[in-house]
Structure formats: structure tokens, C-alpha cells
Design a protein around this ligand. Structure first.
Ligand code: UGA
Length: 453
């Protein structure tokens, strides 16, 4: 076993996926959460949420050596029994859209309590997304105040932003394209680099480790998520340009743009826009942070506006095709914010349902291969929930494709014609071959119109 053991404080996507990947590599991990129910599930090597491959990995650890991964509800104990602690708590959005750092703050207090009782050097690594200055001025300061210990001497402090995407969390954790280490001092950075050199081994030949100060590392994470969101809103702006000219297709346009060697084709997919727990929260957080310092983030404001408007726009397209939707039965294909997850946070489906309701639509049925239960928590009885694609399409007068699940990609015009009352379809993710569907159905796709439309 490797010399370092790790405590993971917070058991969401980042925390639990990191914990599982480390333990799989023979590193002793103690995960800690205040949620007893969650701890019980993880203790049984199960996952409290759906993430591709995670349960299998947890089972593998149990079969190999269950002592490698434990989960407790006592963060002080977790810190005392390990020599590196990673803070992986959530940093949600407040009502005023700024970042909520309460969980980071209380975790720093718990670490401070633990370090008060510990003589050995301990490394603290902030993995959560936090606005610049948080690691040094909040986490570092709280730990110092409570423990009476000195950063750089008694404990190390790093900020290592996380770039994993839901549905690909394990792959992204195991094969990152770079590791960013923000460090309080060289000793802290060296200890974290040393840890990753063991963990990643040969993979580091293709994966640069970037060392920088704490604040730059904090801003890298926002830089990343803001640029990805900007690419999507940029593609959506061009989707709207494309709809001004018959037969221009945004998919072709973005293909042409994305192959420029200075760019890349990913995240130029136009449609109903981005959702998820990260893009909205992070774009809003850095916007609010800069505003509190006197800078108005105009680009990011536009990124969010364009994104919100896409959900309204898909409903406009549907009304253009079908006429008033008011008394019609409408199907939503896909409810989760993206395929591969049951996560409904900031999902485009929420904005679409709000907009449909604004226009008086009451007969909405949704189908999602994974998100039925999480969607029920979000929508309650505002919509109906189908157990199959067929059931969702039955008697429907217009279907809106919201999430690009593989199951939906397999559908043919015949499926819509067979099951729907009137087979009107709007492709909000550009997954269907345009010419073929257009020839067979009353069909529209975001980012393209015909001479006839
Ligand atoms: C995102 C980032 O991709 C991760 O790098 C980051 O670590 C993570 O946020 C985070 O901050 O924790 P995630 O939100 O899980 O990951 O999912 P993405 O795959 O980035 O998708 C976000 C949204 O953008 C989805 O609703 C997706 O449908 C949409 N999207 C994506 C588009 O509308 N067009 C595209 O071309 C790509």
C-alpha cells in the first residue's frame, strides 16, 4: 500500500468517484459525510446516486480489499487517521446567484479541530469549485485560527480544481488531460504531486501537471466552465443565425468552425442549451464575484441569456409547426440535463416545462431512461411520467427531443408515425438525420429551416 492515506470530506460526484478510484489503486481512503443514510449506503459499497461504472468499481474494491475504503460520519476522525484530506463539499448557488461557501467553511472548522490534536504534517486539498481567494483566506485562515497551527510549517494547503463531467466521472478521474495544482508553498505542491505520481504512474507521460498559486488554480476552474458554456451559447447564437436563412445547417457550420486547428469541435453542439449543477452555478458565481469587485461580466451575462432563451425558442418552433399548443398533448423525450445521468439540476426540461405552462399547456408527458424519479421530485404532478418511449408518444400531438440519450437516437420516422396521434417532432439536440426525417414527418430541428418552413 502507498505511504499516504486520504480522507475525502464530502461524498458527492467528485468525492465518491475520487475515493473509489484511489482505493482501487490500493490507497487507503476514509470518506466522511454528515448524512448517515448516505454513509450507510457507501459502507455497503453502493452508490447513493447513479454514475456510470461506479457501483461496479465499489464492488470490485469490496471483493479485493474492503479495508481500503470506509465511510464514516466523523470528519475529525477521518482527518486524524489519514495524512491528506480533500475537501469535496458542494458549493451551491445562493438565492442571489452568488456562491454559498457554508459547507466549505464548516469542513474547514472540522479540519481545524482535528489538526489541533495532530502533530504530524497534514496536507489539505480543496477540490470543490471555489471563487478566488477562498482556499487561502477562508479555508487556510479558519484552519489556522482553530488549530493554532501554521500553514506551510504544520500543514500544507493546495487547491486542485476538478474537471470531471457527470456520466464520465470515473474515466475523467482516471485519465485526466491535465492536473492543476494550486499551492500555498512548494512543500505542499510537492506532496500532492508525489501523491499523483504514485496514483497515475505512466499516465502522467501524457498528462501535464501545472503548478501555480492557489488563486490562479481557483480561477482555472471558472475559466474552464465559462469557456465551455460560452462555446455552447456561441453555437446556439449561430443556430439562431442559421434559422434566418433557408437550408443553412448549424451542424455543418459548427463542423466547419470546429476543425480550425486553433479550436476544437467539442461543445459546439447547438440545441436547447446547457443544464447541470455546474455551468449555471459557476458562471453565475464568478459573475457575482466580479460584480462585488466592481467588474461587470458582460460576456457571461449574454452566455446565460442565450442559454435560457433556447428553451423558449424550442417552444416557439413547436408552435410554428403545430399552431397553439394550449390544448395539445405534448411529449418531452428526455428530462435529465444530459444523457448518462439521472441528474435534473438546472435541466433544460425544467425551463421548457415552465415555458409550456406559461402558454397554457397542461397535458405534458415526459420520458427519461434514468431520471423518472428525480424528475418526479422536480415536477411533481405538473407532468405525467411514461415508462417507455412508446407510452410517451401514445396519443401525443407534438414531441420535443430534449436529451440526447442513445435510446432516442435509434428512433425512426416510423416510430413517431406509428405511436403518435399527430407525429410532429422538434429535434432539440440535432440527433436525427434532417433530410430523412423532414421527408417523412412534420419535423423541425433547432438551427435549420427549409424553404418551405
Ligand atoms: C461540466 C464540465 O464539462 C466538467 O469539465 C466540469 O468538471 C463539471 O461541469 C463541473 O464543474 O463539475 P457536466 O455539467 O457534468 O460537466 O456536463 P457536460 O458534459 O459538460 O454537459 C453540460 C451541459 O451542456 C449538458 O446539459 C449538455 O447537454 C450541454 N451541452 C454539452 C450542449 O448543450 N452542447 C454541447 O455541445 C455539449
Amino acid at each position: 500500500m502507498y505511504k499516504h492515506s486520504v480522507s475525502i470530506l464530502g461524498t458527492g460526484f467528485i468525492g465518491l468517484c475520487s475515493a473509489a478510484c484511489f482505493a482501487k489503486q490500493d490507497i487507503k481512503v476514509i470518506a466522511s459525510t454528515h448524512n448517515e443514510k448516505k454513509a450507510e449506503i457507501i459502507k455497503n459499497f453502493q452508490s447513493p446516486f447513479f454514475e456510470e461504472g461506479l457501483e461496479e468499481m465499489l464492488q470490485e474494491i469490496r471483493n479485493k480489499n474492503p479495508e481500503l475504503l470506509t465511510c464514516i460520519t466523523d470528519p475529525v476522525k477521518a482527518v486524524l487517521e489519514t495524512d491528506i484530506s480533500m475537501i469535496t463539499q458542494g458549493t451551491p448557488m445562493r438565492e442571489d446567484k452568488s456562491i454559498k461557501l457554508d459547507y466549505i467553511e464548516s469542513t474547514a472548522e472540522e479540519i481545524g479541530e482535528a489538526l489541533k490534536k495532530k502533530d504530524d504534517f497534514h496536507l489539505i486539498v480543496v477540490r470543490s469549485t471555489v471563487v478566488p481567494g477562498t482556499t487561502r483566506n477562508l479555508v487556510g485562515k479558519i484552519i489556522t485560527d482553530i488549530s493554532g497551527k501554521e500553514p506551510g510549517k504544520d500543514f500544507g494547503l493546495c487547491m486542485q480544481p476538478e474537471f470531471l463531467a457527470e456520466g464520465k466521472s470515473l474515466e475523467d478521474t482516471l485519465y485526466p488531460d491535465r492536473i492543476v495544482i494550486g499551492e500555498y508553498d512548494i512543500k505542499s505542491g510537492n506532496m500532492l504531486q508525489d501523491f499523483y505520481e504514485y496514483f497515475y504512474g505512466d499516465h502522467l507521460e501524457n498528462c501535464p501537471i501545472l503548478r501555480m498559486n492557489l488563486e490562479s488554480a481557483e480561477l482555472v476552474k471558472y475559466g474552464n466552465n465559462c469557456l465551455l458554456s460560452t462555446k455552447i451559447s456561441y453555437a446556439n447564437e449561430f443556430a439562431n443565425f442559421a434559422e434566418l436563412v433557408p437550408n443553412v445547417d448549424v451542424v455543418e457550420v459548427m463542423k466547419g468552425v470546429g476543425l480550425d486547428y486553433r479550436l476544437n469541435p467539442r461543445f459546439l453542439g447547438a440545441g436547447v442549451g446547457f443544464g447541470g449543477s455546474c455551468f449555471h452555478k459557476d458562471v453565475n458565481a464568478i459573475k457575482a464575484w466580479s460584480k462585488s469587485r466592481g467588474y461587470n461580466a458582460r460576456l457571461l451575462e449574454a452566455v446565460l441569456d442565450i442559454n435560457d432563451d433556447q428553451a423558449i425558442h424550442i417552444v416557439d418552433i413547436a408552435e410554428d409547426l403545430v399552431g397553439s399548443l394550449k390544448d395539445k398533448r405534448i411529449t418531452l423525450l428526455g428530462l435529465a440535463f444530459k444523457p448518462g445521468t439521472d441528474d435534473m439540476r438546472s435541466a433544460p426540461s425544467i425551463r421548457v416545462v415552465n415555458e409550456l405552462e406559461e402558454r397554457g399547456v397542461t397535458n405534458i408527458i415526459g420520458y427519461d431512461p434514468k431520471a423518472k424519479e428525480t424528475a418526479r421530485v422536480e415536477f411533481g404532478d405538473r407532468i405525467q411520467y411514461a415508462d417507455s418511449i412508446q407510452e410517451a408518444l401514445k396519443n401525443s400531438e407534438c414531441a420535443l427531443l430534449i436529451t440526447d440519450w442513445d435510446d432516442f437516437k435509434k428512433l425512426t420516422p416510423k416510430d413517431f408515425k406509428t405511436h403518435m396521434k399527430t407525429p410532429n417532432l422538434i429535434d432539440g439536440r440535432r440527433i436525427y438525420p434532417y433530410e430523412e426525417f423532414k421527408a417523412e414527418l412534420p419535423f423541425r430541428a433547432m438551427g435549420r429551416i427549409d424553404f418551405k418552413d
